[in-house]
Design a protein around this ligand. Structure first.
Ligand code: NDP
Length: 238
């Protein structure tokens, strides 16, 4: 039996593409996000879909326990759930910064907290954290989003070093712009329009399936090999 893969933010975009890719490879899945119907609509076999807000650590832990009870230990957790609310530092409502920090940083830490102890005990396991090119360089109007994604790089690498001798792998995947719902939550219409112009200048960004294939590549290496970081973007992206 193939190992259980847990994917957060599987109701759209990159998470949904990863769910399809891991399912096609024969893995049972635990899919979590708030929109349960969208995950069920993927209609994947051996997939438990649960409505979870990743900012609620207890809720996430309970969901993972249900997945483990049904399918066995977690082989890989993909911390993918994230939001991007772009804004000017002097104008943006600070509640938007708090929301991003909660989902993009606390959500990732909550996921790690839920699985890491068991992985260390079993001396195996993989955690893939989805960061961004915005976790490697800055962009206008991205200050708080960049802060969350720089944090994902930092915490992933930090914990990777801590658990390396336990044979647990931590991996960062940092995509450039991908065609998903991510931009739709930004409330500043001018910034949104500017972002769309920037994408149009590239004449096409990366498809979610490309990111899913990168996650699959990292996962499929032998457990003794850790692909620490993959940064990938459209060739034309600056
Ligand atoms: P989408 O908006 O399409 O997907 C985001 C996913 O996160 C949804 O499934 C959403 O589900 C979930 N999510 C958001 N908030 C929560 C929450 N509180 N609890 C549980 N799930 C939540 O965007 P993408 O697919 O693009 O984003 C996936 C990841 O990729 C994010 O971390 C993003 O930062 C990163 N990324 C995206 C890039 C892009 O250009 N698209 C570039 C680089 C990185 P629901 O609303 O149902 O809860």
């Amino acid at each position: 039996m193939k190992q259980l893969i847990v994917i957060t933010g599987a109701s759209s975009g990159i998470g949904a593409a990863m769910a399809k890719a891991f399912s096609a490879a024969g893995h049972p899945l635990l899919l979590v996000a708030r929109r349960i119907e969208a995950m069920k609509a993927l209609a994947l076999p051996n997939a438990l879909c649960l409505s979870v807000d990743v900012t609620d650590g207890d809720q996430l832990k309970q969901a993972i326990s249900r997945g483990v009870a049904q399918f066995g230990p977690v082989g890989c957790l993909v911390n993918n759930a994230g939001i991007m609310l772009l804004g000017q530092a002097d104008k943006q409502d600070p509640s938007e910064w708090a929301a991003m920090l909660n989902v993009n940083v606390m959500g990732v830490l909550n996921g790690i907290h839920a699985v890491l102890g068991n992985m260390k005990q079993r001396k195996t396991g993989t955690i893939i954290n989805i960061s961004s090119v915005a976790g490697r360089k800055t962009f206008p109007n991205h200050a708080a989003y960049c802060a969350t994604k720089f944090a994902v790089h930092a915490l992933t690498e930090n914990i990777r070093e801590e658990v390396a001798m336990d044979d647990v792998r931590l991996i960062t995947i940092a995509p450039g712009a991908v065609e998903t719902e991510l931009l739709s939550h930004t409330t500043d219409e001018e910034i949104k329009a500017g972002y769309e112009d920037w994408k149009a200048q590239m004449e096409g960004v990366v498809d979610p399936e490309v990111i899913a294939a990168a996650a699959m590549f990292a996962w499929e290496q032998p457990q003794s090999v850790c692909v620490r970081e993959i940064v990938l973007a459209a060739t034309r992206q600056q």
